[in-house]
Design a protein around this ligand. Structure first.
Ligand code: BG6
Length: 540
Protein backbone atom coordinates (compact mmCIF):
# COMPACT_ATOMS: atom_id res chain seq x y z
CA UNK A 1 0.00 0.00 0.00
CA UNK A 2 1.40 3.40 -0.99
CA UNK A 3 0.64 6.48 1.09
CA UNK A 4 -1.65 9.24 -0.14
CA UNK A 5 -0.03 12.52 -1.28
CA UNK A 6 2.19 13.62 1.59
CA UNK A 7 4.05 16.68 2.76
CA UNK A 8 6.84 15.87 5.23
CA UNK A 9 8.01 18.81 7.29
CA UNK A 10 11.28 18.10 9.11
CA UNK A 11 12.15 20.41 12.00
CA UNK A 12 15.89 20.10 12.54
CA UNK A 13 16.52 19.46 8.85
CA UNK A 14 20.12 20.63 9.17
CA UNK A 15 20.86 18.18 11.98
CA UNK A 16 22.47 14.82 12.37
CA UNK A 17 19.34 12.67 12.47
CA UNK A 18 18.07 14.08 9.17
CA UNK A 19 21.46 13.57 7.59
CA UNK A 20 22.17 10.06 8.86
CA UNK A 21 18.76 8.46 9.09
CA UNK A 22 15.77 10.34 7.73
CA UNK A 23 17.01 11.34 4.30
CA UNK A 24 18.73 8.00 3.53
CA UNK A 25 15.49 6.26 4.58
CA UNK A 26 13.31 8.53 2.40
CA UNK A 27 15.66 8.04 -0.52
CA UNK A 28 15.46 4.24 -0.18
CA UNK A 29 11.67 4.40 0.03
CA UNK A 30 11.69 6.54 -3.10
CA UNK A 31 13.93 4.13 -5.03
CA UNK A 32 11.83 1.16 -3.95
CA UNK A 33 8.72 3.02 -5.15
CA UNK A 34 7.02 3.19 -1.79
CA UNK A 35 6.50 6.94 -1.86
CA UNK A 36 3.47 8.48 -3.58
CA UNK A 37 3.83 10.38 -6.86
CA UNK A 38 3.00 13.54 -4.97
CA UNK A 39 5.26 14.02 -2.02
CA UNK A 40 7.30 16.97 -0.84
CA UNK A 41 9.97 17.34 1.82
CA UNK A 42 10.19 20.68 3.58
CA UNK A 43 13.17 21.30 5.83
CA UNK A 44 13.01 23.78 8.71
CA UNK A 45 16.05 24.67 10.79
CA UNK A 46 17.48 27.54 12.70
CA UNK A 47 20.79 27.29 10.84
CA UNK A 48 20.96 29.56 7.83
CA UNK A 49 21.86 27.42 4.83
CA UNK A 50 21.33 27.97 1.11
CA UNK A 51 19.22 25.42 -0.74
CA UNK A 52 22.21 24.26 -2.77
CA UNK A 53 24.26 23.55 0.34
CA UNK A 54 21.27 21.82 1.94
CA UNK A 55 20.88 19.51 -1.06
CA UNK A 56 24.61 18.80 -1.13
CA UNK A 57 24.64 17.87 2.53
CA UNK A 58 21.63 15.60 2.15
CA UNK A 59 23.17 13.83 -0.81
CA UNK A 60 26.39 13.28 1.10
CA UNK A 61 24.36 11.71 3.93
CA UNK A 62 22.49 9.48 1.49
CA UNK A 63 25.75 8.43 -0.17
CA UNK A 64 27.22 7.47 3.17
CA UNK A 65 24.30 5.90 4.96
CA UNK A 66 21.72 4.65 2.48
CA UNK A 67 21.51 0.90 2.07
CA UNK A 68 21.42 1.54 -1.68
CA UNK A 69 24.96 2.90 -1.57
CA UNK A 70 26.22 5.91 -3.49
CA UNK A 71 23.50 7.79 -5.36
CA UNK A 72 23.12 7.57 -9.09
CA UNK A 73 22.87 11.06 -10.63
CA UNK A 74 19.51 10.52 -12.33
CA UNK A 75 17.94 8.93 -9.29
CA UNK A 76 19.22 11.69 -7.08
CA UNK A 77 17.87 14.36 -9.45
CA UNK A 78 14.46 12.70 -9.46
CA UNK A 79 14.46 12.49 -5.66
CA UNK A 80 15.77 16.03 -5.24
CA UNK A 81 12.83 17.41 -7.19
CA UNK A 82 10.70 16.41 -4.18
CA UNK A 83 12.84 18.37 -1.71
CA UNK A 84 10.71 21.46 -1.85
CA UNK A 85 12.11 24.04 0.57
CA UNK A 86 14.71 24.74 3.18
CA UNK A 87 13.27 27.29 5.59
CA UNK A 88 15.74 28.88 7.93
CA UNK A 89 13.60 30.14 10.78
CA UNK A 90 13.20 30.60 14.49
CA UNK A 91 11.05 27.78 15.94
CA UNK A 92 9.71 30.05 18.65
CA UNK A 93 7.97 32.72 16.55
CA UNK A 94 4.42 32.38 15.24
CA UNK A 95 5.42 33.80 11.87
CA UNK A 96 7.45 30.66 11.07
CA UNK A 97 4.31 28.55 11.29
CA UNK A 98 2.13 31.00 9.34
CA UNK A 99 4.70 31.01 6.57
CA UNK A 100 4.77 27.20 6.67
CA UNK A 101 0.98 27.02 6.55
CA UNK A 102 0.93 29.23 3.45
CA UNK A 103 3.47 27.04 1.68
CA UNK A 104 1.67 23.81 2.56
CA UNK A 105 -1.72 25.19 1.49
CA UNK A 106 -0.29 26.49 -1.79
CA UNK A 107 1.20 23.10 -2.63
CA UNK A 108 -2.02 21.29 -1.85
CA UNK A 109 -3.91 23.67 -4.08
CA UNK A 110 -1.42 23.03 -6.78
CA UNK A 111 -1.80 19.25 -6.35
CA UNK A 112 -5.57 19.65 -6.22
CA UNK A 113 -5.86 17.25 -3.26
CA UNK A 114 -5.55 17.60 0.49
CA UNK A 115 -2.28 15.97 1.55
CA UNK A 116 -1.20 14.02 4.60
CA UNK A 117 0.99 16.31 6.70
CA UNK A 118 3.77 14.74 8.69
CA UNK A 119 5.58 17.03 11.11
CA UNK A 120 8.81 15.30 12.11
CA UNK A 121 10.59 16.75 15.13
CA UNK A 122 14.24 15.85 14.57
CA UNK A 123 15.18 18.42 17.18
CA UNK A 124 16.56 18.44 20.72
CA UNK A 125 13.82 17.26 23.15
CA UNK A 126 13.34 20.72 24.66
CA UNK A 127 12.03 21.95 21.28
CA UNK A 128 8.96 19.69 21.47
CA UNK A 129 7.30 22.02 23.92
CA UNK A 130 7.95 24.96 21.59
CA UNK A 131 6.99 23.38 18.27
CA UNK A 132 3.98 21.22 19.23
CA UNK A 133 1.78 24.08 20.58
CA UNK A 134 2.90 26.40 17.77
CA UNK A 135 1.77 23.88 15.12
CA UNK A 136 -1.57 23.67 16.86
CA UNK A 137 -1.96 27.43 17.27
CA UNK A 138 -1.22 28.04 13.60
CA UNK A 139 -4.06 25.64 12.69
CA UNK A 140 -1.61 23.32 10.94
CA UNK A 141 -2.87 20.12 12.55
CA UNK A 142 -6.58 20.70 12.89
CA UNK A 143 -7.52 17.91 10.50
CA UNK A 144 -6.70 15.00 12.78
CA UNK A 145 -7.14 12.40 10.04
CA UNK A 146 -4.37 13.72 7.88
CA UNK A 147 -1.94 15.61 10.09
CA UNK A 148 0.52 13.84 12.39
CA UNK A 149 3.45 14.70 14.59
CA UNK A 150 6.45 12.38 14.91
CA UNK A 151 8.42 12.74 18.13
CA UNK A 152 11.82 11.23 18.84
CA UNK A 153 12.97 9.89 22.18
CA UNK A 154 13.74 10.74 24.92
CA UNK A 155 10.12 11.14 25.98
CA UNK A 156 10.93 12.87 29.25
CA UNK A 157 13.66 11.93 31.73
CA UNK A 158 11.52 10.28 34.40
CA UNK A 159 7.86 9.46 35.04
CA UNK A 160 6.89 12.98 36.02
CA UNK A 161 8.46 14.72 33.04
CA UNK A 162 7.06 12.07 30.66
CA UNK A 163 3.58 12.70 32.04
CA UNK A 164 4.04 16.44 31.57
CA UNK A 165 5.22 15.92 27.99
CA UNK A 166 2.26 13.66 27.23
CA UNK A 167 -0.11 16.24 28.67
CA UNK A 168 1.40 18.93 26.49
CA UNK A 169 1.09 16.79 23.37
CA UNK A 170 -2.45 15.76 24.23
CA UNK A 171 -3.49 19.39 24.69
CA UNK A 172 -2.46 20.09 21.11
CA UNK A 173 -3.07 16.79 19.28
CA UNK A 174 -5.34 13.77 19.48
CA UNK A 175 -3.46 10.62 20.57
CA UNK A 176 -3.99 9.10 17.11
CA UNK A 177 -1.96 11.98 15.63
CA UNK A 178 1.07 11.39 17.88
CA UNK A 179 3.79 9.03 16.63
CA UNK A 180 6.44 8.43 19.29
CA UNK A 181 9.37 6.70 17.62
CA UNK A 182 11.33 3.84 19.11
CA UNK A 183 13.49 2.85 16.17
CA UNK A 184 14.06 -0.67 17.55
CA UNK A 185 10.44 -1.45 16.77
CA UNK A 186 11.15 -0.77 13.10
CA UNK A 187 13.91 -3.38 12.92
CA UNK A 188 12.92 -6.42 10.89
CA UNK A 189 14.07 -8.95 13.47
CA UNK A 190 12.22 -7.18 16.24
CA UNK A 191 9.04 -7.31 14.16
CA UNK A 192 9.81 -10.92 13.37
CA UNK A 193 9.44 -11.80 17.05
CA UNK A 194 5.69 -11.44 16.57
CA UNK A 195 5.71 -13.58 13.43
CA UNK A 196 7.90 -16.20 15.06
CA UNK A 197 5.70 -16.45 18.11
CA UNK A 198 2.22 -16.05 16.67
CA UNK A 199 2.43 -17.47 13.15
CA UNK A 200 3.90 -20.77 14.35
CA UNK A 201 2.30 -23.29 16.64
CA UNK A 202 5.61 -24.87 17.54
CA UNK A 203 7.01 -22.76 20.34
CA UNK A 204 3.99 -21.08 21.85
CA UNK A 205 3.00 -24.10 23.99
CA UNK A 206 6.48 -23.96 25.56
CA UNK A 207 6.48 -20.20 25.99
CA UNK A 208 5.91 -19.92 29.73
CA UNK A 209 7.16 -20.57 33.23
CA UNK A 210 6.73 -24.33 32.93
CA UNK A 211 9.40 -24.74 30.23
CA UNK A 212 11.49 -21.59 30.31
CA UNK A 213 14.17 -21.10 32.93
CA UNK A 214 14.97 -17.47 32.24
CA UNK A 215 15.32 -14.90 29.47
CA UNK A 216 18.23 -12.61 28.65
CA UNK A 217 18.08 -9.50 26.49
CA UNK A 218 21.44 -8.02 25.55
CA UNK A 219 22.05 -4.93 23.45
CA UNK A 220 25.82 -4.59 23.28
CA UNK A 221 27.41 -1.64 21.51
CA UNK A 222 31.01 -1.53 20.51
CA UNK A 223 31.11 2.22 20.03
CA UNK A 224 31.57 4.72 22.82
CA UNK A 225 29.34 7.75 23.09
CA UNK A 226 30.93 9.27 19.99
CA UNK A 227 30.13 12.97 19.66
CA UNK A 228 27.02 12.86 21.88
CA UNK A 229 28.58 13.66 25.25
CA UNK A 230 26.30 16.61 25.99
CA UNK A 231 23.16 14.52 25.46
CA UNK A 232 24.52 11.37 27.08
CA UNK A 233 25.64 13.10 30.26
CA UNK A 234 21.97 13.82 31.01
CA UNK A 235 20.74 10.44 29.82
CA UNK A 236 22.87 7.40 30.71
CA UNK A 237 22.27 3.82 29.60
CA UNK A 238 19.10 3.21 31.62
CA UNK A 239 17.27 6.16 30.09
CA UNK A 240 18.89 5.95 26.68
CA UNK A 241 18.35 2.25 25.99
CA UNK A 242 16.51 0.27 28.67
CA UNK A 243 13.51 2.57 29.19
CA UNK A 244 12.66 2.23 25.52
CA UNK A 245 14.43 -0.31 23.28
CA UNK A 246 15.04 -3.15 25.74
CA UNK A 247 11.67 -2.88 27.48
CA UNK A 248 9.94 -2.90 24.10
CA UNK A 249 11.76 -6.08 23.13
CA UNK A 250 10.77 -7.58 26.48
CA UNK A 251 7.13 -6.72 25.73
CA UNK A 252 7.24 -8.56 22.40
CA UNK A 253 8.75 -11.63 24.04
CA UNK A 254 6.38 -11.65 27.00
CA UNK A 255 3.05 -10.41 25.59
CA UNK A 256 -0.07 -12.54 25.21
CA UNK A 257 -1.24 -13.46 21.70
CA UNK A 258 -3.07 -10.54 20.08
CA UNK A 259 -6.56 -11.10 18.74
CA UNK A 260 -5.68 -9.12 15.60
CA UNK A 261 -2.85 -7.04 14.22
CA UNK A 262 -4.73 -3.85 14.87
CA UNK A 263 -2.41 -1.14 16.25
CA UNK A 264 -4.25 -0.64 19.54
CA UNK A 265 -4.64 -4.36 20.09
CA UNK A 266 -0.88 -4.90 19.89
CA UNK A 267 -0.18 -1.87 22.03
CA UNK A 268 -2.74 -2.99 24.63
CA UNK A 269 -1.06 -6.37 24.90
CA UNK A 270 2.34 -4.73 25.30
CA UNK A 271 1.17 -2.32 27.93
CA UNK A 272 -0.28 -5.26 29.88
CA UNK A 273 3.25 -6.65 30.15
CA UNK A 274 4.71 -3.37 31.34
CA UNK A 275 2.00 -3.05 33.97
CA UNK A 276 2.67 -6.59 35.16
CA UNK A 277 6.37 -5.94 35.76
CA UNK A 278 7.05 -6.17 39.48
CA UNK A 279 7.92 -2.69 40.80
CA UNK A 280 11.44 -2.25 42.10
CA UNK A 281 11.62 -0.14 45.23
CA UNK A 282 14.29 2.51 45.72
CA UNK A 283 15.53 0.59 48.79
CA UNK A 284 15.88 -2.70 46.90
CA UNK A 285 17.21 -1.30 43.64
CA UNK A 286 20.71 -2.67 44.35
CA UNK A 287 19.30 -6.22 44.23
CA UNK A 288 17.77 -5.74 40.79
CA UNK A 289 19.99 -3.25 39.00
CA UNK A 290 23.68 -2.79 38.25
CA UNK A 291 25.50 0.08 36.58
CA UNK A 292 28.89 0.75 35.10
CA UNK A 293 31.00 3.29 33.30
CA UNK A 294 33.79 2.48 30.88
CA UNK A 295 37.35 3.45 31.49
CA UNK A 296 40.10 3.64 28.89
CA UNK A 297 41.10 0.48 27.07
CA UNK A 298 42.21 -1.00 23.79
CA UNK A 299 40.09 -1.68 20.75
CA UNK A 300 41.55 -3.34 17.67
CA UNK A 301 45.02 -2.38 18.77
CA UNK A 302 44.14 1.25 19.40
CA UNK A 303 43.88 2.96 22.72
CA UNK A 304 40.42 4.39 23.32
CA UNK A 305 39.59 6.97 25.98
CA UNK A 306 37.47 6.37 29.04
CA UNK A 307 34.00 7.92 29.22
CA UNK A 308 35.21 10.71 31.50
CA UNK A 309 37.77 11.74 28.89
CA UNK A 310 35.22 11.97 26.05
CA UNK A 311 34.35 15.45 24.68
CA UNK A 312 31.57 17.29 26.57
CA UNK A 313 31.76 14.88 29.50
CA UNK A 314 32.59 15.98 33.01
CA UNK A 315 35.92 14.53 34.28
CA UNK A 316 34.12 13.27 37.39
CA UNK A 317 30.89 12.22 35.67
CA UNK A 318 28.68 9.65 37.38
CA UNK A 319 26.66 8.86 34.25
CA UNK A 320 26.34 5.13 33.60
CA UNK A 321 27.35 3.78 30.21
CA UNK A 322 26.29 0.25 31.17
CA UNK A 323 23.11 -0.87 32.88
CA UNK A 324 21.67 -4.25 33.78
CA UNK A 325 18.29 -5.07 35.30
CA UNK A 326 16.58 -8.16 36.63
CA UNK A 327 12.82 -7.98 36.15
CA UNK A 328 9.87 -10.25 36.91
CA UNK A 329 6.58 -10.18 35.04
CA UNK A 330 3.93 -10.96 37.60
CA UNK A 331 1.27 -12.83 35.66
CA UNK A 332 0.26 -16.45 35.11
CA UNK A 333 2.57 -17.00 32.21
CA UNK A 334 5.77 -15.62 33.70
CA UNK A 335 5.48 -15.90 37.46
CA UNK A 336 8.95 -16.40 38.98
CA UNK A 337 10.86 -16.29 35.67
CA UNK A 338 13.62 -13.68 35.64
CA UNK A 339 14.21 -11.45 32.63
CA UNK A 340 17.79 -10.20 32.65
CA UNK A 341 18.39 -7.07 30.58
CA UNK A 342 21.75 -5.45 29.89
CA UNK A 343 23.17 -2.85 27.58
CA UNK A 344 26.41 -0.96 27.40
CA UNK A 345 28.76 1.12 25.34
CA UNK A 346 32.30 0.04 24.51
CA UNK A 347 31.63 -3.65 24.89
CA UNK A 348 33.70 -6.09 22.82
CA UNK A 349 31.17 -6.49 19.99
CA UNK A 350 28.05 -4.92 18.55
CA UNK A 351 25.34 -7.50 19.05
CA UNK A 352 21.70 -7.47 20.12
CA UNK A 353 20.22 -10.78 21.15
CA UNK A 354 17.36 -12.33 23.03
CA UNK A 355 18.19 -15.66 24.65
CA UNK A 356 15.41 -17.95 25.81
CA UNK A 357 16.93 -20.55 28.06
CA UNK A 358 14.72 -23.60 28.57
CA UNK A 359 14.59 -25.73 31.68
CA UNK A 360 16.52 -28.99 31.78
CA UNK A 361 14.70 -32.24 31.09
CA UNK A 362 12.78 -33.40 34.19
CA UNK A 363 14.62 -36.71 34.40
CA UNK A 364 18.07 -37.50 33.09
CA UNK A 365 17.91 -41.02 31.64
CA UNK A 366 21.33 -41.01 29.98
CA UNK A 367 24.36 -42.17 31.95
CA UNK A 368 26.32 -39.16 33.15
CA UNK A 369 29.38 -40.34 31.17
CA UNK A 370 27.44 -39.79 27.95
CA UNK A 371 26.94 -36.09 28.68
CA UNK A 372 30.19 -34.58 29.87
CA UNK A 373 28.76 -31.08 29.67
CA UNK A 374 25.08 -30.54 30.10
CA UNK A 375 23.66 -27.84 27.79
CA UNK A 376 20.00 -26.97 28.23
CA UNK A 377 17.95 -26.11 25.13
CA UNK A 378 18.31 -22.53 24.08
CA UNK A 379 16.63 -20.34 21.52
CA UNK A 380 18.58 -17.27 20.44
CA UNK A 381 16.94 -14.47 18.49
CA UNK A 382 19.69 -12.33 17.06
CA UNK A 383 18.41 -8.86 16.30
CA UNK A 384 21.65 -7.50 14.85
CA UNK A 385 24.00 -7.92 13.13
CA UNK A 386 23.55 -11.03 10.92
CA UNK A 387 19.90 -11.37 11.86
CA UNK A 388 19.11 -14.97 12.70
CA UNK A 389 17.33 -17.42 14.97
CA UNK A 390 19.24 -20.31 16.47
CA UNK A 391 17.99 -23.35 18.35
CA UNK A 392 20.36 -25.43 20.41
CA UNK A 393 19.59 -29.01 21.33
CA UNK A 394 21.39 -32.23 22.21
CA UNK A 395 22.33 -34.80 19.57
CA UNK A 396 24.09 -38.13 19.66
CA UNK A 397 27.64 -38.00 18.41
CA UNK A 398 28.26 -40.49 15.59
CA UNK A 399 30.03 -43.67 16.67
CA UNK A 400 29.49 -46.80 18.70
CA UNK A 401 29.66 -45.05 22.07
CA UNK A 402 26.75 -43.12 23.56
CA UNK A 403 27.88 -39.57 23.83
CA UNK A 404 25.73 -36.45 23.49
CA UNK A 405 26.77 -33.03 22.28
CA UNK A 406 24.95 -29.76 21.78
CA UNK A 407 24.22 -28.85 18.14
CA UNK A 408 22.52 -25.86 16.53
CA UNK A 409 19.82 -25.29 13.96
CA UNK A 410 20.02 -21.84 12.45
CA UNK A 411 17.84 -19.63 10.31
CA UNK A 412 19.61 -16.64 8.74
CA UNK A 413 17.65 -13.82 7.20
CA UNK A 414 20.23 -13.12 4.54
CA UNK A 415 20.46 -16.76 3.43
CA UNK A 416 16.72 -17.35 3.45
CA UNK A 417 15.53 -14.21 1.70
CA UNK A 418 18.59 -12.99 -0.27
CA UNK A 419 17.61 -9.42 0.30
CA UNK A 420 18.79 -6.52 2.39
CA UNK A 421 16.06 -5.71 4.88
CA UNK A 422 14.84 -2.10 5.03
CA UNK A 423 16.32 0.16 7.67
CA UNK A 424 14.14 0.72 10.73
CA UNK A 425 13.55 4.35 9.77
CA UNK A 426 12.22 3.34 6.35
CA UNK A 427 9.58 1.12 7.93
CA UNK A 428 8.64 3.71 10.52
CA UNK A 429 8.46 6.67 8.14
CA UNK A 430 6.30 4.69 5.76
CA UNK A 431 4.00 3.57 8.56
CA UNK A 432 3.64 7.14 9.81
CA UNK A 433 2.70 8.27 6.29
CA UNK A 434 0.17 5.46 6.06
CA UNK A 435 -1.26 6.24 9.49
CA UNK A 436 -0.35 2.86 10.99
CA UNK A 437 0.74 3.40 14.59
CA UNK A 438 1.35 -0.26 15.54
CA UNK A 439 5.12 0.21 15.80
CA UNK A 440 4.93 3.51 17.68
CA UNK A 441 4.69 4.07 21.41
CA UNK A 442 1.45 5.15 22.97
CA UNK A 443 1.41 7.55 25.93
CA UNK A 444 0.48 4.83 28.43
CA UNK A 445 3.34 2.57 27.23
CA UNK A 446 5.87 5.35 27.71
CA UNK A 447 4.60 6.15 31.19
CA UNK A 448 4.46 2.49 32.24
CA UNK A 449 8.07 2.05 31.11
CA UNK A 450 9.15 5.12 33.09
CA UNK A 451 7.42 3.86 36.23
CA UNK A 452 9.55 0.71 36.06
CA UNK A 453 12.88 2.49 35.86
CA UNK A 454 12.24 5.70 37.79
CA UNK A 455 12.86 4.14 41.25
CA UNK A 456 16.19 2.76 40.00
CA UNK A 457 17.14 6.20 38.72
CA UNK A 458 16.20 7.67 42.08
CA UNK A 459 18.22 5.07 43.96
CA UNK A 460 21.25 5.72 41.76
CA UNK A 461 20.94 9.43 42.21
CA UNK A 462 20.70 9.03 45.96
CA UNK A 463 23.78 6.78 46.10
CA UNK A 464 26.38 8.07 43.66
CA UNK A 465 28.77 5.36 42.45
CA UNK A 466 32.09 5.14 44.23
CA UNK A 467 33.86 2.85 41.77
CA UNK A 468 33.42 4.56 38.38
CA UNK A 469 34.97 3.84 35.91
CA UNK A 470 34.38 0.19 36.76
CA UNK A 471 34.88 -1.59 33.45
CA UNK A 472 37.56 -1.42 30.86
CA UNK A 473 36.64 -0.41 27.29
CA UNK A 474 36.21 -3.59 25.19
CA UNK A 475 35.29 -5.77 28.14
CA UNK A 476 31.87 -7.21 29.01
CA UNK A 477 30.95 -4.67 31.65
CA UNK A 478 31.40 -4.30 35.39
CA UNK A 479 31.66 -7.05 37.94
CA UNK A 480 28.45 -5.91 39.65
CA UNK A 481 26.57 -7.06 36.56
CA UNK A 482 28.10 -10.52 36.91
CA UNK A 483 27.09 -10.56 40.56
CA UNK A 484 23.52 -9.54 39.67
CA UNK A 485 23.02 -12.72 37.67
CA UNK A 486 25.48 -15.00 39.51
CA UNK A 487 23.52 -14.59 42.74
CA UNK A 488 20.76 -16.58 41.00
CA UNK A 489 23.21 -19.30 39.94
CA UNK A 490 23.20 -18.17 36.30
CA UNK A 491 25.60 -16.32 34.03
CA UNK A 492 25.40 -13.94 31.09
CA UNK A 493 25.47 -15.64 27.74
CA UNK A 494 27.95 -13.99 25.43
CA UNK A 495 26.48 -13.11 22.03
CA UNK A 496 27.54 -15.34 19.17
CA UNK A 497 29.38 -17.73 21.42
CA UNK A 498 27.34 -20.85 21.28
CA UNK A 499 29.14 -24.18 21.27
CA UNK A 500 29.49 -24.03 17.53
CA UNK A 501 30.44 -20.43 17.60
CA UNK A 502 28.61 -18.75 15.56
CA UNK A 503 28.20 -15.78 13.46
CA UNK A 504 28.73 -17.28 10.01
CA UNK A 505 25.53 -16.32 8.37
CA UNK A 506 24.75 -14.14 5.40
CA UNK A 507 26.85 -12.91 2.51
CA UNK A 508 30.58 -12.90 2.12
CA UNK A 509 31.02 -9.33 3.20
CA UNK A 510 29.04 -9.91 6.34
CA UNK A 511 31.03 -13.04 7.03
CA UNK A 512 34.21 -11.05 6.76
CA UNK A 513 33.02 -8.52 9.30
CA UNK A 514 31.78 -11.37 11.45
CA UNK A 515 35.26 -12.83 11.46
CA UNK A 516 36.69 -9.46 12.39
CA UNK A 517 34.23 -9.27 15.25
CA UNK A 518 35.23 -12.73 16.40
CA UNK A 519 38.91 -12.07 16.12
CA UNK A 520 38.35 -8.95 18.08
CA UNK A 521 36.65 -10.97 20.76
CA UNK A 522 39.43 -13.48 20.95
CA UNK A 523 41.95 -10.67 21.03
CA UNK A 524 40.13 -9.36 24.04
CA UNK A 525 40.19 -12.89 25.35
CA UNK A 526 43.94 -12.73 25.66
CA UNK A 527 43.28 -11.23 29.01
CA UNK A 528 42.79 -14.03 31.52
CA UNK A 529 39.51 -12.70 32.91
CA UNK A 530 37.85 -12.62 29.51
CA UNK A 531 38.99 -16.14 28.69
CA UNK A 532 37.36 -17.29 31.86
CA UNK A 533 34.09 -15.63 30.90
CA UNK A 534 34.16 -17.16 27.49
CA UNK A 535 34.65 -20.62 28.97
CA UNK A 536 31.83 -20.02 31.40
CA UNK A 537 29.57 -19.09 28.52
CA UNK A 538 30.51 -22.25 26.68
CA UNK A 539 29.96 -24.57 29.56
CA UNK A 540 26.76 -23.27 31.12
C1 BG6 B 1 19.70 5.13 20.23
C2 BG6 B 1 20.55 5.55 21.40
O1 BG6 B 1 18.34 5.20 20.57
O2 BG6 B 1 20.03 3.80 19.86
C3 BG6 B 1 22.03 5.40 21.06
O3 BG6 B 1 20.27 6.90 21.73
C4 BG6 B 1 22.32 4.02 20.56
O4 BG6 B 1 22.83 5.71 22.18
C5 BG6 B 1 21.37 3.62 19.45
O5 BG6 B 1 23.66 3.99 20.09
C6 BG6 B 1 21.55 2.18 19.07
O6 BG6 B 1 20.81 1.91 17.93
P1 BG6 B 1 21.24 0.77 16.90
O7 BG6 B 1 20.14 0.73 15.91
O8 BG6 B 1 22.56 1.20 16.33
O9 BG6 B 1 21.37 -0.48 17.69
Amino acid sequence: MRPKPTEIVIFGAGGDLTWRKLMPALYSLFLDRWLPERFAIIGVDRKPMGEKKFHQRLREGVDRFSRHGVTDTNNWKAFRSHIADYISADFSVAETYHDLAKRLDAREQDWGVPATRLFYLATPPSMVEVIAPALHDAGLVKDSDRSRIVVEKPFGRDLESAQALNRLLEENFEEKQIYRIDHYLGKETVQNILAFRFANALFEPLWDRRYIDHIQITVAEQVGIEHRGAYYEKAGALRDMIQNHLLQILCLIAMEPPVSFNDDEIRNKKVDVLRAIRPISVEEAHLYAARGQYGAGWEEGEKVPGYRQEPDVSPDSNTETFAALKLFVDNWRWQGIPFYLRTGKRLPVRASEVVIQFRPVPHQSFPSASIPNWHPNRLVIRIQPRESIMLRFQAKEPGPHLRLSPVEMRFCYADAFHTIPPEAYETLLLDAMLGDATLFMRADQVEAAWSIITPVLQAWEKDPPVDFPNYRASSWGPEVAEVLIAQDGRSWILPGMGPDDDLECGNAEEQRSSRTARNRTSAVSNDGKEIEKRHEAKSD
